[in-house]
Design a protein around this ligand. Structure first.
Ligand code: NDP
Length: 297
């Protein structure tokens, strides 16, 4: 079997076009332009790239997009002061603080200071609680798992009854919300992590595999049940030497070429989950703007 390549980039483009069209309607009919504020602290090169891509995508969707770049040594009080201003700014519907933060800042205090109604990353405890309770009508679901679910639905339809799903990784931003979303669609869930014994044999039971580990090419073909759908969340930078020349490239947690021999569909890295994550951020921001106007999300 040669698996289908799930084209997250193409799907993200398609969704972004729909978001752009809905944004134009919201502006025309209600005079509201979705506003996204991104706060970046320090000079981390990967974070700079992510933030640039988010800003570019927000502008392409027709959003009001602002970026606040703060010095590496900014005080926690100043960060909280900025978030307070953004919480009270009616032109801003979504606030995102790019992680990771410098060590002297407390991630939890900062993330939880964003109003739940503007928490388009879905990291506020109110949004996590609503997702866990299945009350998603007015909650924001974290962007990466939200994008993964759409790609799995494209392969399996909206209901995963009778399917076993194995998630590798139990982080708050991917593994745990992914489990809630898969369970809501009636999959039977196993969440694995670094203390799981004999991980390959657990994964071999899965019709749906979501790998969010941060270990390059860890998942191999002999871990995969024939016909499984495999979603690779991992983004790892590795050095590879070809013809004597060493180059840096991105790879996922799944050994793509190997797993494609057994699975029915696999997301590539890059071009899979990453572009969907950014588009789901735009979707959450549009939703927030609509909810702020009393319209259905
Ligand atoms: P975390 O580091 O927060 O979590 C990693 C998880 O993997 C932990 O639960 C850890 O277990 C588990 N783990 C580590 N080693 C093993 C192992 N050998 N076997 C089984 N489980 C293991 O990472 P994130 O969830 O934040 O991110 C995971 C990956 O996804 C990263 O590569 C990240 O860059 C990428 N990512 C990509 C996004 C995108 O948009 N495409 C968005 C977010 C993340 P334990 O809990 O026991 O330590």
């Amino acid at each position: 079997m040669t698996a289908k390549r799930i084209d997250g980039k193409a799907k993200a483009e398609q969704l972004a076009e729909a978001i752009k069209a809905q944004t134009a309607v919201l502006l025309k009919d209600h005079g509201i332009r979705p506003g996204l504020a991104v706060v970046i602290i320090g000079e981390d090169p990967a974070s700079q790239i992510y933030v640039r891509n988010k800003k570019r995508r927000a502008e392409a969707c027709g959003f009001h997009s602002v970026q606040h770049t703060l010095d590496e040594n900014v005080s926690q009080a100043d960060v909280l002061g900025l978030i307070d201003e953004l919480n009270n700014d009616d032109a801003i519907h979504g606030i995102l603080v790019q992680l990771p933060l410098p060590d002297h800042l407390d991630e939890q205090t900062i993330t939880q200071s964003i109003l739940p109604s503007k928490d388009v990353d879905g990291f506020h405890f109110v949004n996590i609680g609503k997702l866990t309770a299945g009350h998603t009508q007015d909650a924001f679901v974290p962007c990466t798992p939200a994008g993964c679910i759409l790609m799995i639905e494209d392969e399996l339809g909206p209901d995963f009854s009778g399917k076993n799903a194995v998630i590798i990784g139990r982080s708050n931003i991917v593994g745990k919300p992914m489990a809630s979303l898969l369970m809501q669609r009636n999959a039977t869930i196993t969440v694995t992590h670094s203390r799981t014994s004999d991980l390959p044999s657990v994964v071999r039971n899965a019709d749906i595999v979501v790998a969010a580990v941060g270990r390059p090419d860890m998942v191999k073909a002999d871990w995969i049940k024939p016909g499984a759908v495999v979603i690779d969340v991992g983004i790892n930078r590795v050095e590879k030497t070809i013809d004597g020349e060493t180059k840096s490239r991105l790879t996922g947690d799944v050994d793509y070429d190997d797993v494609c021999r057994v699975a029915s569909a696999v997301t590539p890295v890059p071009g899979g989950v990453g572009p969907m994550t950014i588009t789901m951020l735009m979707s959450n921001t549009l939703r927030s703007a609509r909810l702020s106007a009393g319209l259905p999300g």
